[in-house]
Design a protein around this ligand. Structure first.
Ligand code: MRU
Length: 370
């Protein structure tokens, strides 16, 4: 996407520079737009674990490129395969919920094992890293095309007055390589001239909505308003929301959606108010082996500091302040599971389907379990 007139992806290999993966460092946003160079697998692991990069597709692509650094490191050892497998496990341990991470690692492990000599393995992993990133961009672009119809339909019913869409967390281009998942239809509809307005849920504790989604939408000129997480239900009940679109970090083949904590409450409210609740995802976010989201998908528990402190700008300086009485215990589950029955539809790169096994497998017949 364009940032102040310049095209950016969230992660890339800078041309002409040796063994570097460059990322947009999301920690500084919206106050600072900066990139950081990662040179080792350990640095990539820190960047994923500590959320310098975050969001399912961005984690996936960073892991894909990280495996290229892993291949370069493994090529310096006496036993490529042992070292490469060990480095993949370093990356796998960083974040448990987004299935895209394992998807990218397993794809790279398979590619390397299929190539013969060490230099062929390194070259194959490099080209698949670029492929993973390019595929993510293409999938998100298609999600935008399919989701555009939802906006057209609602806009027509509303006689051209703005379509009000509510989103949660950041499933924007920063969470992918480009375009985003939940935001792809929004950007596409906005660019097609459909009047729309986005309610951006701030998304405590890390405020990805307030800090990242609002920044992205602002840079693209999309009308939006930031709200507290608790305001969503009220806006829905008072007729100020036409549809909800969120992203997801992992979705079962039966349609249960794991996404940033708070998504479930939005879905419950949307269901109560008869408001369509869509989830946008590339197919790399499906977990083709998980049937029951609540029982089978690990929910990451993050540091309590994310709840007890909040970061912001004060007199031009980025500071962290404490919010709680000293000694109050905190809990910080980072994701929740929205049952398929509360999801109106899934917007994928192949089209929109219902959130159930039959409809999902109709779009992805090659995934049918025998
Ligand atoms: O913890 P994060 O910020 O990596 O969480 C992931 C998310 O950004 C959201 O859950 C998002 O809606 C889905 S990922 C595209």
């Amino acid at each position: 996407m364009l940032v102040d007139g310049q095209l950016f992806r969230t992660v890339w290999i800078p041309k002409g520079e040796e063994n570097i993966v460059r990322i947009i460092d999301q920690r500084g946003l919206p106050f600072r737009f900066e990139s950081v160079d990662l040179r080792t697998v350990d640095e990539v692991a820190v960047a994923i674990r500590d959320m310098w990069v975050r969001g399912a597709g961005c984690i996936e692509a960073t892991a894909g490129y990280g495996m290229w650094l892993a291949a370069c490191e493994a090529a310096e050892t006496a036993d490529f395969s042992t070292a490469f497998n060990r480095l993949a496990e370093v990356l796998r341990r960083t974040r448990p919920t987004a299935v895209n991470l394992s998807w990218a690692l397993d794809r790279q492990l398979e590619v390397a094992s299929g190539a013969l000599g060490v230099s062929d393995k390194v070259a194959a992993v490099h080209s698949v890293a670029e492929e993973i990133a390019d595929e993510d961009v293409a999938a998100c672009r298609s999600i935008g095309e399919h989701g555009l119809h939802l906006f057209r339909d609602i806009s027509e019913i509303k006689g051209g007055s703005p379509v009000n869409v509510l989103t949660h967390c950041n499933a924007g281009w920063l969470a992918f390589v480009d375009h985003g998942s939940a935001t792809a239809p929004i950007y596409r509809a906005h660019d097609a001239g459909i009047p729309l307005h986005v309610w951006v849920g701030e998304t405590r504790p890390r405020n990805q909505g307030a800090r990242l989604t609002a920044w992205e939408l602002g840079k693209h000129g999309v009308p939006h308003t930031v709200i507290t997480d608790n305001a969503g239900g009220h806006l829905m009940r008072t007729g100020q929301v036409d549809l909800v679109i969120t992203g997801t970090d992992r979705t079962t083949y039966t349609g249960d959606v794991v996404n940033k904590i708070g998504t479930y409450l939005k879905a419950v409210a949307a269901n109560d108010c008869n408001i369509p609740f869509y989830v946008a995802l590339p197919s790399s976010t499906f977990d083709w082996s998980a049937q029951d989201g609540l029982a089978e998908i690990p929910i990451e528990e993050r540091s309590g500091n994310e709840v007890s402190c909040i970061e912001g700008l004060c007199d031009g300086e980025e500071i962290m302040v404490h919010l709680l009485p000293q000694g109050s215990p905190v809990a910080n589950p980072a994701f929740d599971v929205t049952p398929a029955r509360l999801v109106t539809g899934l917007i994928t790169e192949r089209g929109i389907c219902k959130a159930n096994e039959e409809s999902i497998l109709e779009l992805f017949p090659e995934k049918k379990l025998s």
